[in-house]
Design a protein around this ligand. Structure first.
Ligand code: FPP
Length: 248
């Protein structure tokens, strides 16, 4: 806060923020509620964070909503998550358009129910010209699956061996056209990547907080962005100032 009581806008904003929204189940358990109540609260929080990202000037937000491994959860939970996403996509479409948010899907669409596939494709189409924020929803997404899918597609397209470069691989990923994430946030304290953006995360900065996802609000996001702003991103090189010191 400044002396006038105004919150100063964050500086050095990451262009692309990706989030592993973990801890819905534990949030619910702590309150004696069923796990799905945690996912519903997590969905409410997602609305807050989409708005906050757009307000702070983040251009791409990628959220991990359902992994290729999440099918192994109890049937009730999987069905519940599918229902939540179906309802949310339908209910929030007007709001996404009002907020000028473009929706994209990352992952395997054809394994979802025909109804959900239709709703996702409809929402993607209806928001395709929005410009303020791109929201990538990783749903039935896995990083290894994405890389295998990319290589299969390259083979089908007849890409030659010497044409296979990191740039070419990136062009075949579900995230084609999206810059790599600058900052990856994981809520609820676990220190692992969980098959999320494993190619794209090569030089991402990480921020892990013990806060469960439903409680990770605007102020917590602001803290993560402030910490990111002070990071020294070297991409495997040395800082320019250090190089000058050793080469005088
Ligand atoms: C991780 O918490 C969360 C998930 C696997 C699901 C996240 C999904 C939502 C927030 C639903 C909203 C999504 C959209 C696209 C509307 P966990 O269940 O692993 O929690 P735990 O580790 O505490 O058990």
């Amino acid at each position: 806060m400044s002396i006038t009581g105004q919150t100063t806008p964050p500086r050095n904003i990451p262009q692309h923020v990706a989030i592993i929204m973990d801890g819905n189940g534990r949030w619910a358990k702590k309150r004696g509620l069923p796990r799905l109540a945690g996912h519903k609260a997590g969905t409410e929080n997602l609305r807050r964070i989409i708005k906050a990202c757009a307000d702070f000037g983040v251009k791409y937000l990628t959220i991990y909503a359902f992994s290729t491994e999440n099918w192994g959860r109890p049937r009730d939970e999987v069905d519940g998550l599918m229902r939540i996403v179906e309802d949310v996509i339908e209910r929030e479409l007007i709001e996404l358009n009002e907020q000028d948010v473009q929706l994209r899907h990352l992952g395997k669409l054809d394994q979802l129910s025909p109804n959900l596939q239709r709703k996702v494709l409809y929402a993607v189409e209806k928001t395709r010209n929005n410009k303020r924020l791109v929201l990538n929803i990783a749903f039935n997404y896995g990083g290894r699956d994405e890389i295998v899918h990319a290589f299969r597609q390259m083979l089908l397209d007849g890409v030659k061996e010497d044409e296979v470069t990191p740039e070419m691989v990136s062009r075949y990923l579900y995230t084609a056209g999206t810059p790599d994430p600058d900052l990856i946030i994981r809520t609820s304290g676990e220190l692992r990547i969980s098959n999320f953006l494993i190619w794209q995360a090569a030089y991402s900065e990480w921020y892990v907080t013990p806060t469960y996802w439903p409680d990770f609000g605007r102020e917590e996001l602001r803290k993560a962005l402030d910490e990111y702003a002070n990071r020294d991103r070297r991409y495997g090189k040395v800082a320019a100032s250090e190089y000058e010191e050793t080469h005088v």
